[in-house]
Every structure is written in structure tokens, then in C-alpha cells.
Design a protein around this ligand. Sequence first.
Ligand code: RP5
Length: 164
Amino acid sequence: MAKNGKVLILIGSKSDWEVMKEAKTILEEAGVEVLLSIASAHRTPKRVQSFCERCEEGEFDLVICGAGMAAHLAGVVASHTLLPVIGVPLGTGGLLGLDALLSTVQMPPGVPVATVGINSAKNAAFLALRILSLKYPQLRDFLIAHREKTAREVETSAEEIEGK
Ligand code: RP5
């Protein structure tokens, strides 16, 4: 078993990879095992289902889905597995992600998708880490260190601006 858990990241298309690889990077920095793959709710529904079966067999702790336009990937995955599903609406297409945001967030009662902001792959990773830290408490050290680092960055920026 992966010592800090294992996350499945699914993206709807290769064109989603540039944004979504940021989630993989953060999770791996925290020592979480990640499988990032492509499966489209519309173009390869059986492939999506097969990943969901692996979720139900216990291979993963949590799923992150990134998709754009009429983004149904996260919702479909949430309908097939009881694992927590985090959805990242992607800013592809003519509506710049507003379409994907609404498609991802407006799920029916009982089938939740924890939706982060448009293109917010990083926040998907940090939310995943917070959830995983309930089962793998050592992940709290990574989150605390990150929080302290960002606080220091704000203070350094403030000193720079105040000195101008
Ligand atoms: C969605 O359609 C994908 O998630 C992607 O964001 C968008 C466009 O896909 P491609 O035409 O680039 O494959 O299903």
C-alpha cells in the first residue's frame, strides 16, 4: 500500500494535461502516489468505467478529474465510485471555462463533486492532501510547511513594497 496514499487523476483530453500536471507535481512533492491518465466521458465512456471499477476495488484513495467544455467526467466518475471526487473545470473552449464550471459543480443531491476554480489544478491537489491527511496524518507536515512558506512570501513582498 502507498504510504501517503494513491490518487487517480483523470483528464478528458491530452489538451488538458498542461494545466492538470500541476496537481500531479504537488501530490508527488508530498509523497503521494499518482496515476494520471486520459479518459473521456464522451469519447471513451467504457474506459472511464474501467477506471471507476479500479477505484471500487480499492486501488486509489481519491480521484481528481479535469475536463473542459461540457465537462461530465467528474460527475460520471462520482456516479460510479464512492471515493471523494474533486473536479477541476478547465478553461478550454469558447466560454473560457464557465461552461465546464457549471457542468462540474451543479451535481444532483447524493452525487457530490468537490469543485475547485477554473484551471485550479493546484487547489485540487491541496484539497486532496487535506482529505488524505485524515487517513495519512504525516501529510499535515507538508501542508503546514507550505502554509508557512506562503506566509513568509507575503511578508517578504510586503517589506519590499513598503520600502519603495
Ligand atoms: C473536453 O473537451 C476535454 O476535457 C477538453 O478540455 C475539451 C477539448 O478536448 P480536445 O478537443 O482538445 O480533445 O472533453
